[in-house]
Design a protein around this ligand. Sequence first.
Ligand code: ZN
Length: 309
Amino acid sequence: MGKRITKSKKFIIIETILLVLIISLLNTSYYFKNKILTIDKSMIDEYNSLKENQKNKEKELTKLNNYYIEYSNIDNKINSIKEEYFKYIKNLENDIISGKSNKKIAYLTFDDGPYYNTYKVLDILDKYNIKATFFTTTTNGTYCYDNRSYECFKLYPEYVKRGHTIANHTYTHAIRYGLYSSADSFIKAVKDQEEHVKKYAYGYITNIVRFPGGSSTARSLKSPIIEKLRENHYGYVDWNGYDGDGGMLSSKDETWNNFISTINEKIEVILYHDYSRYTTALLPEMITYLKENGYILLPLFYESVMIKK
Ligand SMILES: [Zn+2]
């Protein structure tokens, strides 16, 4: 009997230990289950909020895509209006040349900008509601061509906003320092400027070139350069009207006399420089003179008869 009692005591102890163990195990598992449920809930909440976020982003994306499509269409619309407009001007040019029309055209062109002074030129053109052509150059890539004015790159979008034609006057303009050392170096300077314009003027692509110093400056390289320009779908243009502002002018009178003595063609491409104080001062009078003499003032375009290809 005594042995049995001892055995059952042992059993009771073991049973109690087991019971305690089971209870504590149950408690632990309950604790973890609760914990997991809490984590689960927070994960579900997070998932839901991410999903909501995704929905909002998708909505935004659809909205942006719609804007983009609309924007692309506007671009196409502008291009087709431009094409139509230039086709009309091209026909007018042909009629003027053949004598069918007695109208006259003057293309105002400004070389070597942008300069800080360009703002003044742009304001005068705006005042008279005239679109012109700007043959741009970059020289050292930081300042304006005069090496004194700053932040001229802001002017590139300004040309576009005000509806002017941006053209290419090479990246370096280094007439005596390598620009005319080979046809390849010239084309590189043209391509570099094209990239520069594209970067600063909302992706604007220009395919009209003016040789720094004029095409005769290229001498024996003129033909190989023209060949390369053609291969790369560029056209070039010199000028037949000018006021001499690229040289040393001594007075407004001299500038004015230079100007009127060169305006005698039915289609004029007039060379100016946007840095010239004499040109800036006389521009309103020159515009009035051209209008009074029957000229329509227009921006240049690649298809124009004046662009050699
Ligand atoms: Zn120049």
